[in-house]
Design a protein around this ligand. Structure first.
Ligand code: ATP
Ligand code: MG
Length: 235
């Protein structure tokens, strides 16, 4: 039984023109899986279809053995899947701890506990916890977004281009955070343009091209594949 299993997903933004033409994605328990591919391939659309932001017109999504196909995003989140979109929405004028509270709808005591866990996981947030979110760097914002997503204590975390717009150093720190989250027991699927870095921290990888699975396999093997290197990894 896979932690997350999306099979033959057909989905898009209008019925006449499906972006995903039958895509498969599996995240096995304890895995980090990355999804790479050209712009417009449907990577973000796949995450949205899994997270319940788009309803697949065909195919099935299972989370921890339960069919979640077509459920609302909120219900999917409650069942243990967290999704961090590429465009991070933060309440810029609110202090960090206030932003973290918006990431959780449980009782007050639970929220306080979850914030404590979040700042333990991301010490940078503890240092800045009274500061407004707009005073954060891109990398700190991304960590805040991930901390918010983790407050539901998900089994699976979906990340859409977490390193987008970050400096190489900030991206490196972010990938370290992703590895630490993974080591704490969360299975992860991430979409990345920084394909080399993403492959380096992943167990398996999926290459999507034009709404279809192109290649799938062991991340290290794909990273060394001459054809993959030439087309997707810059030589
Ligand atoms: N909200 C939307 N409404 C209509 N079409 C969309 C929408 N979002 C994406 N698309 C279209 O769906 C296709 C796939 O987009 P998607 O964002 O999934 O690609 P991607 O692989 O994530 O690309 P990128 O690497 O640029 O982020 C593209 O042709 C895009 O124009
Ligand atoms: Mg995208």
């Amino acid at each position: 039984m896979g932690t997350l299993s999306a099979r033959s997903i057909v989905a898009g933004y209008s019925a006449a023109d499906e972006v995903l033409k039958g895509v498969d994605l599996e995240v096995h328990p304890g895995e980090i899986v990355c999804i790479i591919g050209p712009n417009g391939a449907g990577k973000s659309t796949l995450l949205k279809a899994i997270a319940g932001l788009l309803r697949p017109s065909q195919g099935h999504v299972e989370l921890q053995g339960a069919d979640i196909t077509g459920l609302a995003a909120r219900d999917i989140s409650r069942r243990g899947l967290a999704y961090v979109p590429r465009a991070i929405y933060l309440l810029a004028t609110m202090a960090l701890t206030e932003n973290l509270k918006t990431g959780d709808d449980s009782e007050r005591e639970g929220t306080v506990m979850a914030i404590a866990v979040a700042v333990t996981r991301f010490p940078i947030l503890a240092e800045n916890r009274r500061h407004a979110a707009r005073g954060l760097s891109g990398g700190e914002r991304q960590m805040l977004a991930m901390a918010m997503a983790l407050m539901v204590e998900p089994a699976v975390l979906l990340l859409d281009e977490p390193s987008a717009g970050l400096s190489p150093l900030a991206a490196e720190k972010l990938f370290e955070s992703i590895v630490a989250i993974h080591e704490s027991g969360v299975s992860i699927a991430l979409v990345e343009q920084n394909a080399n870095e993403a492959l380096a921290i992943s167990d398996r990888a999926y290459i999507l091209v034009d709404g279809r699975n192109s290649r799938t396999g062991n991340a290290k093997e794909l990273a060394e594949d001459p054809e993959i290197r030439r087309i997707f990894l810059g030589g």
